[in-house]
Design a protein around this ligand. Structure first.
Ligand SMILES: Cc1cc2nc3c(=O)[nH]c(=O)nc-3n(C[C@H](O)[C@H](O)[C@H](O)COP(=O)(O)O)c2cc1C
Length: 337
């Protein structure tokens, strides 16, 4: 039994975005049912990498957070899991996720991320090694392998499940596709039919409506066996609309207050050298809510200090006050999502 129920929404791992500060913001706004940290290298964690303990900090809700590892070898992953398991409860995450989807060249080049889809034996050994040394929830996030194809990926996923996973997430794109095209969630559904563990669908889910559509998906209506996706994972949609997980949905969203709160959290919770860069990453998506997104992104990229960034945000909303609130009611003066 998973600690999050059917129909759950899960935060996707995103480098430089789903750090502790962003997860705290989501939590304050009514966060997801489950959180994932950005990826961290198992090998760097073991050798005392400077930032690994920050990447792997499961706050603010360790009991509902998985940390994500990339690893080159099953042995390193097993040792990293052992070390995590020995941490005090407030520092110990509830879950470990294994990255088998990242297609960035420097990750693939080291045999990590989606390179594991080209080496199914090592991928299965990774899960077995982690299972042997990690008593908590164990999951894996993958894309559709370019060499394996859809059927091959589903076969691999079945072996990964047998090796000891508690759930599996599929970003329904090919490993070579980057972010081109759109995700085909029917593959996630076919995966759910093929494995005995819960499946989470990921890719291009950007609203509650999208989430409900994917969760209700049953591509072959003649099949009455009730196979359902367990949940959806949301990545970029959460950076665009950090209130996306709130249940019941928020009715009055103050875009300035949320942006300023993130800057405050970044200053309190992130190392100084990450603060501006994480704001730039997140506001790149957040700016899509605004009339002058390009201008906002450029100005935020130019800001040299957090104070300059905050002053720009306040000035923007003074000059374009109609951008400040999104309300979900019939009020005439309000913008609607
Ligand atoms: C900026 C950025 C960083 C990402 N970092 C990771 C990562 O660390 N680990 C991972 O498994 N996927 C990573 N992804 C992929 C996302 O977790 C997710 O699979 C992808 O964005 C598709 O979901 P979405 O359409 O909801 O954004 C990243 C994506 C983005 C845009």
């Amino acid at each position: 039994m998973l600690p999050f129920p059917p129909g759950s929404m899960v935060l996707a791992p995103m480098v430089a975005i789903t750090n502790r500060a962003f997860r705290t913001l989501l939590h304050e706004l009514g966060g997801p049912d489950w959180y994932c940290t950005e990826m961290a290298s198992a090998e760097a964690f073991l050798s005392g990498g400077r930032h690994e303990s920050i990447y792997l900090d499961p706050s603010p809700v360790p009991e509902r957070t998985s940390v994500q590892f990339t690893a080159r070898s099953p042995e390193a992953l097993a040792q990293a899991c052992e070390r995590l398991a020995a941490l005090p409860p407030e520092k110990r995450p509830a879950g470990v996720d294994i990255n088998m989807g990242c297609a960035a060249p420097h990750i693939r080049g080291e045999g990590r991320g989606s390179a594991l889809l080209d080496d199914p034996e090592r991928a299965i050994a990774m899960v077995g090694a982690a299972r042997g040394s990690w008593p908590g929830l164990l999951s894996c996030k993958l894309r559709i392998g370019a060499r394996l194809g859809e059927e091959g990926t589903i076969r691999l996923a079945r072996s990964l499940a047998d090796a000891g996973l508690d759930f599996i997430t599929l970003h329904a794109r090919f490993s070579t596709q980057k972010f081109r095209g759109t995700s085909d969630h029917t593959v996630c559904w076919r995966l759910a039919e093929a494995v005995d563990i819960p499946v989470i669908a990921n890719g291009d889910i950007a609203s509650l409506e999208d989430a409900n559509r994917v969760l209700g998906l049953q591509p072959d209506p003649s099949l009455q066996n009730g196979v359902r996706l367990h949940g959806v994972m949301i990545g970029r949609g959460a950076a665009r609309k950090p209130w996306i997980f709130a249940r019941p949905p928020m009715t009055d969203i103050d875009l300035l207050a949320i942006a300023l709160r993130y800057t405050e959290l970044a200053e309190h919770l992130l190392p100084i050298e990450w603060q501006l860069s994480s704001c730039r990453r997140i506001f790149h998506y957040y700016a899509e809510n605004l009339s002058f997104a390009h201008h906002v992104r450029t100005s935020i990229n130019r800001a040299r200090t957090m104070q300059e960034l905050r002053l720009f945000l306040m000035q923007y909303f003074r000059e374009v006050p109609q951008d400040r609130h999104i309300v979900r009611d019939t009020s005439e003066s309000a913008r609607h999502e």
